[in-house]
Design a protein around this ligand. Structure first.
Ligand code: KG4
Ligand code: ZN
Length: 336
């Protein structure tokens, strides 16, 4: 049986990542070069800095991924790369590198949607997982509730109307002076806090809606911080973190469970950076147990941006006979 070897490249935001996979689900290498330090002093990702760092890193990261996998350019079956959504200048670096390799080696190019990549991280983590399932994708840029019916087939049932879940974590962390990225810091701090200390609003929206909104919650937390400061009260950071996190988690859990019950789905899958959140994992695990629904999520490394998940999507597209033209463009607002 012939082995399909995928080289995958991801550069949509602040990680330059390259992975080599065998038959889509076996990761031979997954090198992630993070730029977090470069962006930390600005309190968020600076697009120009991100593009420049990707250019500086990309060739080395490709070389490292191939060496670690013990694969040469000759051994590659095809190249997969993220072409959106993301920062356009950042995307172009990975896309250009992928096109150059596909052209020079005369192998197919498979351009991949980054959001699909987050879902497919679960196929790497759980080798026997197959669609259909309900997937909650919660990252710094996206909050989507998707019914994945088959490979490449998605029914989007809900999405955020304003901030993404991870974006809310990042903005609150910045307002509290906690640093960037905010999700892991708030998650850690929340463990020592009282989640019932402050009753922040939960935006369930209209009856039956599976959409999300986090901007009202964000304003409410910012107002709380300001008014406590004005009153000269000391702010208990851990309580604010725990109460804020609980407000996000309550809404996510309620909507994903209702969605699964509506669709009669027996399987829920979590994806994206916020899927690393310990409160979300704990509460959703409990809710799924109560309803007899199976829950799966990726390991921490596969939750946040990485090229292996992109390679997995590229593989499933490749074996279905799909291929991208070399003139394909980066699309910053690409939809799933
Ligand atoms: O998926 P990802 O690496 O990038 C995007 O595609 O956006 O997600 C990054 C986001 C950031 O907003 C980060 O704060 C959040 O995921 N995040 C978390 C946790 N770890 C990362 N949010 C909550 N709790 C965490 N433990
Ligand atoms: Zn992502």
């Amino acid at each position: 049986e012939e082995k399909i070897i995928t080289l995958a490249i991801e550069s949509s935001c602040d990680e330059t990542s390259v992975s080599v996979l065998e038959n889509g689900r076996t990761v031979l290498s997954n090198v992630i070069s993070s730029q977090i330090e470069q962006h930390q002093k600005f309190g968020g990702v600076v697009p120009e800095v991100a593009s420049r760092k990707h250019i500086e890193n990309i060739n080395q990261v490709i070389e490292d991924a191939l060496r670690e996998a013990d694969i040469s350019f000759d051994g590659l079956s095809h190249v997969a790369v993220t072409h959106g959504p993301g920062l356009v200048g950042a995307l172009l670096v990975g896309l250009s590198a992928a096109k150059a390799i596909a052209y020079a080696r005369e192998i197919p190019l498979n351009a991949v949607n980054h959001i699909e990549g987050h879902i497919y991280a679960n196929f790497i983590e759980h080798p026997t997982l197959e669609p259909p399932f309900i997937c909650l994708i919660v990252s710094g840029g996206h909050t989507h509730l998707v019914h994945m019916t088959d490979y490449g087939q998605y029914e989007v049932l809900g999405r955020t109307r304003d901030d993404a879940a991870g974006e809310a974590f990042d903005k609150i962390a910045r307002a509290l002076g906690l640093g960037y990225p905010g999700g892991p810091i708030i998650d850690q701090l929340a463990r020592e806090g009282n989640a019932q200390a402050i009753n922040f609003p939960r935006a369930y929206l209209e009856v039956g809606s599976l959409d999300f909104s986090f901007s009202g919650l964000k304003s409410s937390v910012l107002n709380y911080i300001n008014s406590e400061k004005m009153k000269g009260h000391e702010i208990v950071l851990a309580d604010v973190a725990a109460s804020f996190q609980q407000a996000v988690v309550d809404v996510l859990v309620e909507k994903v469970i209702r969605c699964a019950l509506d669709k009669g789905a027996a399987q829920i899958v979590l994806a994206g950076g916020v899927a690393a959140n310990s409160g979300l994992r704990r509460d959703l695990t409990k809710a799924c147990e109560e309803k007899g629904i199976n829950l799966k999520y990726p390991s921490l490394e596969l939750c946040t941006d990485n090229a292996a998940m992109i390679g997995c999507v590229g593989y499933y597209n490749y074996i279905r006979g799909l291929e991208s033209n070399l003139d394909i463009n980066a699309i910053s607002n690409l939809k799933i």
